[in-house]
Design a protein around this ligand. Structure first.
Ligand code: SF4
Ligand code: SF4
Length: 467
């Protein structure tokens, strides 16, 4: 190939495929995919959307199944409440999730983006179908966009954007229900609007943000903005499975001529794989950062291959090694290392979650206080307890010392009732006979009981008068 032709052939590396020579936006008019992979994606996407819509309504024992209340630092997962005190579990969960994503990407490439990322699912299975319905196939959409502002154009654009905005307002409300719970959201909806102006302002802001993303920004999120997409380059290797064009079989390209002897490769240069691509790339140029692994080009090419009686799979899900050498998938050292790390983290997570207490107690002497002489030859220390009730029920508890003969005297209360889903502060004096104290600082154990059930033992110290 001449140098000039080589440069032309690799010019796709110089800029994003959806940017024109003058730096403008090249709008992607992707054709509608169809085929086996698209059908699988459709089932997964609509199941996913259904789960997203109904999940806030699901409750177990009166608790939402899932709630992520960032402003209050209260998280409910699988109907279990997690408090800021459980943040180390969240930190480990986040690290576990990141390692899982890295391992998944090293093995399966960017499949997450094309199949489960909300950006792709909402765009390809809600907003693009609405566009097809109102504005027609890609050729008709381009004609409409390039044409004058006739009544038809105004009507179609207004209708499409009104539907987009309405759906996105509902989606913004659903996201809010994951934060404040669906009950709180429904309560707010019934209350006068003037009582919730800041909240409404926030909802409208996010609706506009989502609207900008799905109506205009679209694939730029995947190709330019998303950090996960930008990091693929360091995660992929030659054993990573990906949507790949079989250049060994496909090249050199040549038009298909019926009944003629074929000396070219199997790619008939019909461009159907390019026209269907939602990020506007040509998969035949090899692995590109813009590919979200949606598999639409696999369906498009399989359809072409079938129609001309060629073997399917010219574009398929395969590793670079499989394409270039024909070797089967190899679970390499890097994948094994990530799997080992992920297994360890999962074991730690399971241990932390299964041993997590539903009542968590912190007891310490009140700072700056020494001991006091009490009647009957006793010494008294002032303590404060912070007891977190992570359940959704009030709980009555008692506290007692176990390794020393101490008497607990609550301040300002006769009994300890832990309010549900909250941190309860309890102040008390602990009185211990002088005869039991051998040192200035005496190690003691205080136990929290729910009825006769011992729920936690806390070690602390008790100050006596000795040097
Ligand atoms: S759809 Fe298949 S045959 Fe057509 S251009 Fe793409 S790779 Fe070649
Ligand atoms: S190249 Fe194929 S798999 Fe990648 S984004 Fe385009 S259509 Fe989807």
């Amino acid at each position: 190939m001449r140098e000039e032709d080589l440069l032309k052939a690799s010019s796709y590396r110089d800029r994003v495929s959806t940017v024109t020579d003058t730096g403008g936006r090249k709008w992607v008019y992707a054709t509608k995919p169809f085929g086996k992979w698209f059908n699988y994606r459709k089932i997964l996407a609509y199941t996913y959307i259904l789960v997203f819509v109904i999940l806030p309504f699901i409750k177990v024992n009166g608790m939402p199944f899932m709630m992520i209340n960032i402003p209050q630092g209260k998280f409910i997962l699988f109907s279990k409440i997690f408090w800021p005190q459980d943040f180390f579990i969240f930190a480990i969960a986040m690290i576990t999730f990141i390692i899982f994503i890295v391992l998944f990407t090293v093995v399966f490439g960017r499949l997450f983006c094309g199949w489960v990322c909300p950006q792709t699912v909402f765009l390809e299975f809600i907003f693009r179908p609405i566009e097809w319905l109102i504005e027609g196939i890609p050729g008709q959409q381009k004609k409409l966009n390039d044409g004058d502002w006739t009544f038809e154009k105004i009507y179609k654009k207004a209708l499409k954007h009104f539907i987009y905005f309405t759906i996105l307002f509902i989606i913004a409300n659903l996201f809010l229900s994951y934060i404040i719970s669906i009950d709180e959201l429904l309560k707010i909806i019934k209350e006068p609007l003037k009582d919730h102006i800041p909240l409404l302002f926030g909802l409208v802001f996010f609706t506009y943000l989502f609207y900008a993303v799905f109506a205009f920004v679209r694939e730029i999120v995947c190709t330019t903005i998303c950090p996960y997409g930008r990091l693929q380059g360091v995660m992929f290797d030659k054993d990573t499975m990906q949507v790949a064009y079989d250049y060994v079989r496909g090249e050199p390209r040549g038009k298909f001529k019926k009944h003629a002897e074929r000396s070219d490769g199997d790619c008939i240069d019909c461009l159907k794989c390019v026209n269907v691509c939602p990020t506007g790339i040509d998969i035949r140029n090899g692995l590109q950062m813009e590919c979200v692994g949606c598999t639409a080009c696999i369906d498009a090419c399989d359809d072409v291959m079938e129609s001309i009686n060629f073997k399917k799979g010219l574009i398929r899900y395969a590793s670079e090694n499989k394409i270039s050498t024909g070797k089967s998938f190899h679970f390499n050292g890097r994948m094994k290392a990530y799997t080992a790390l992920l297994s360890v983290l999962l074991v730690v997570m399971i241990f932390l979650v299964s041993t997590r207490k539903s009542v968590d107690t912190y007891i310490s002497r009140v700072k700056g206080q020494l001991y006091q002489e009490a009647p009957n030859n006793k010494i008294s220390n002032l303590f404060e307890a912070k007891i977190i009730n992570k359940t959704n029920k009030d709980i009555a508890v008692t506290i007692r010392t176990i390794n020393i003969n101490g008497e607990i005297k609550l301040i300002g209360a006769k009994e300890i009732i832990l309010k549900k889903e909250s941190m309860n502060k309890v102040d008390f004096f602990l009185e211990i006979p002088k005869s039991e104290l051998k040192k200035r600082s005496n190690a003691i154990k205080i136990v929290v009981y729910k009825g006769d059930e011992k729920i936690q033992t806390i070690k602390t110290s008790f100050l006596g008068p000795f040097k």
